[in-house]
Design a protein around this ligand. Structure first.
Ligand code: NAD
Length: 410
């Protein structure tokens, strides 16, 4: 299987060809600006000291400060971080946010850490990458394995070193520290909006449409909540331990999950993650990790639409199979852009020290998502390209244009 970086470079190569950009432009666009690898020592609660690898990649700063999540996951490495930082670059340009793209993280399984260990690890990682982050430089946010607690510790570590409060250094913070209303649900809200619009494009009534979601974390859960509010039926969800179907409502399942730590709610049926992918639904939403739709799993997919809540959930072979089957794929850089859009709102509010109400956040999110969805849809009509190709063309062309206008120093 191709690596995440090979896949991302392949998508960029295709966009560069479709846009007839030059070889020089390809070289500029395919090269990350800054890569930092740090050692993160952690004193465990029992006194032992362990070393972890930490990463931060600033893929592009051409259109503004770089922006991207911090992932705590044992499998994360530098190549994957570069790939995810590249995707962030095209995502921010596609949605017209004044940002470049970044990503970072630590190769650690957060479930093995106590809260105190997680805090020490987060603070030490922040201090190691401190020279290159900041509200005007690079603004981290939560991703897989991190949440608003980690953002609070990152904000505090940065602020203690600056000597004053700097809320704009991270987004996805708790509200009382300068977070934005609506940020927690933003990625899922955006995935839900993308799903509704894709159904309408396909001529399917969203009311009652059936959905299966892989992943029941921050993105999967809030997507499910958003879709139920819109009248769709979430018939199955899964997490790393497998899936479940036959539950009454997402809220019921969430309450059980929060209290019991599993999806085995009484009255429901278990299924494997592979069985979930193959369910007879209108929409399939991968919202867990990369590479879940592959040459092996794509042939059995029956959904009419795939909406990529996760980053890079589909391999190139999987993508070909979905396209050949006529399945509409709403690509990650469009479908899950709601998170970075509301992160941008949070950063703007922090800069102005003026905070919006929930309706303002929600209606501004809806309008930026709708603009990007319409642009992607109309370019794919015009060029007879897939939504993924169109989204990449829009994002890549805006970064290329910004490069050209800024020129080369010295
Ligand atoms: P999370 O850690 O909150 O949740 C991840 C979920 O995936 C969990 O339910 C976990 O059990 C499940 N999972 C892990 N491995 C799995 C497997 N092999 N099979 C099935 N399920 C599995 O992470 P998240 O923030 O929800 O992120 C999910 C995806 O969405 C990632 O690709 C992330 O990069 C992307 N994303 C997140 C945000 C955000 O704002 N959090 C924004 C854009 C994109």
């Amino acid at each position: 299987m191709e690596s995440a970086l090979d896949t991302a470079l392949g998508q960029l190569r295709r966009a560069v060809e479709q846009l007839s950009l030059s070889e020089n432009e390809w070289q500029t666009l395919s090269t990350p600006r800054r890569i930092l690898e740090v050692a993160v020592p952690l004193r465990r609660d029992n006194g032992n000291v362990e070393m972890y690898k930490g990463f931060r990649v600033q893929y592009s700063t051409t259109r503004g400060p770089s922006k991207g999540g911090v992932r705590f996951h044992p499998d994360i490495d530098m190549d994957e971080t570069v790939a995810l930082a590249m995707l962030m670059t095209w995502k921010c340009a596609l949605t017209n946010l004044p940002y470049g793209g970044a990503k970072g993280g630590i190769a650690v399984d957060p479930s093995t850490l106590s809260a105190a260990e997680n805090e020490r690890l987060t603070r030490r990682y922040t201090s190691e990458i401190l020279p290159i982050i900041g509200p005007e430089r690079d603004i981290p946010a939560p991703d897989v394995g991190t949440d608003e607690r980690n953002m609070a510790w990152m904000m505090d570590t940065y602020s203690v070193n600056a000597g004053y409060s700097v809320p704009g250094v991270v987004t996805g913070k708790p509200i009382v520290l300068g977070g934005s209303l609506g940020r927690t649900s933003a990625t899922g809200d955006g995935v839900a909006i993308s799903t509704r619009e894709a159904l309408l494009v396909k001529g399917i009534n969203p009311e009652g449409a059936k959905v299966a979601i892989q992943g029941f974390g921050k993105v999967g859960y809030w997507t499910a909540v958003g879709l139920e509010k819109m009248g769709l039926k979430v018939i199955a969800v899964s997490d790393v331990n497998g899936g479940v179907t036959g539950f009454k409502s997402v809220e019921d399942l969430w309450t059980h999950f929060k209290s019991q730590g599993n999806l085995d709610i009484p009255g429901s049926d278990r299924l494997t993650n592979e069985e979930l992918l193959a369910l007879d639904v209108d929409v399939l939403i991968p919202a867990a990790l990369a590479d879940s739709i592959t040459a092996h799993t794509a042939p059995s997919i029956k959904a009419k639409i795939v909406v990529e809540g996760a980053n890079a959930p589909t391999t190139p072979e999987g993508d070909h199979i979905l396209n050949d089957k006529g399945i509409l794929v709403v690509p990650d850089i469009l479908a899950n852009a709601g998170g970075v859009i509301v992160s941008y709102f949070e950063w703007v509010q922090d800069k102005q020290n003026y905070f919006w109400n929930a309706d303002e956040v929600r209606s501004n999110l809806e309008s930026l998502m709708m603009k990007s969805i319409r642009e992607v849809e109309s370019l794919s009509h015009e060029k007879k390209s897939t939504w993924r190709e169109s989204a990449h063309m829009l994002g890549v062309s805006r970064v290329a244009e910004a490069h050209k206008l800024r020129g080369l120093y010295p």
